[in-house]
Design a protein around this ligand. Structure first.
Ligand code: PEP
Length: 243
């Protein structure tokens, strides 16, 4: 299976960035599946610039309802219409700054799947939880309560303490957590859980991507800061060899 390299642009990027980034991605030949998740307002421009080619597009969140009086929100169907095929859900920044619960993430995941999007559901422990020896328990609980029955999507393991900090877990810790996530997915979803792609996210850079992406349990990467420059994003993707 090809690895998935997903860029989470968060609240960065301008319309003027889209053409150059899209051209760089289109000219590169990558063995990985590429995904760009820009701010909502850049989706349509990216969709036209990429012309259905070198990279897929995703949103960074969606509402659980198909439409309604929800000022500032977008629905999964709207993302689809703008050209997205994926959506990131339950990112720790949304859990922390927008108070999103596992139940919220689950409802959004159901909505994303109903709209034909592939949800990328983020889980991960805080530094305090890891220090207390609770990391696996926390992540198992997030999976149990964030993923609906019949989950058809991707899981991203993103230790909160590694996001945007330049710190990463040891390779042994990544392997152990991805193994625990796989076991939980199989326990919860049966054989379908064995096929769910599990990404690692948290300070992935060109300099550490090869080691992280070589781990057999790692099905790709969710990349924040280093996805904003096409050269860095593509350098990370170049480290991703198919399984
Ligand atoms: C993220 O926010 O999903 C992320 C992984 O960020 P960074 O790569 O900047 O740590």
């Amino acid at each position: 299976m090809r690895k998935l390299i997903a860029g989470n642009w968060k609240m960065f990027g301008k319309l003027a960035d889209v053409a150059g980034f899209s051209a760089a991605v289109t000219q590169a030949s990558s063995q990985a599946e590429l995904l760009i998740c820009p701010p909502f307002v850049l989706l349509d421009r990216f969709h036209k610039a990429l012309n259905g080619g070198a990279a897929a597009l995703g949103g960074q969140d969606c509402h659980a309802s198909p439409q309604g009086a929800h000022t500032g929100d977008v629905s999964a169907g709207m993302l689809k219409e703008a050209g997205a095929t994926f959506v990131i859900l339950g990112h720790s920044e949304r859990r922390e700054h927008h108070g999103e619960t596992n139940a919220d993430v689950r409802a959004k995941t159901v909505a994303a799947m109903a709209a034909g999007l592939t949800p990328i559901v983020c889980v991960g422990e805080t530094g305090a939880e890891r220090d207390a020896g609770e990391a696996e328990e926390v992540v198992r609980s997030q999976l149990m309560h964030s993923l609906p029955d019949g989950f058809a999507g991707v899981v991203a393991y993103e230790p909160v303490w590694a996001i945007g900090t330049g710190r990463t877990p040891t390779e042994a810790d990544v392997r152990a957590m991805h193994g625990a996530i796989r076991a939980a997915l199989v326990a919860q979803h049966g054989p379908a859980g064995a096929g769910v792609r599990i990404l690692y996210g948290g300070s992935v850079k060109p300099g550490n991507a090869a080691a992280l992406l070589a781990l057999p349990e790692v099905g790709g990467a969710l990349v924040g800061g280093a996805s904003l420059q096409a050269a860095d994003f593509l350098a990370i993707a170049a480290c991703a060899r198919p399984d």
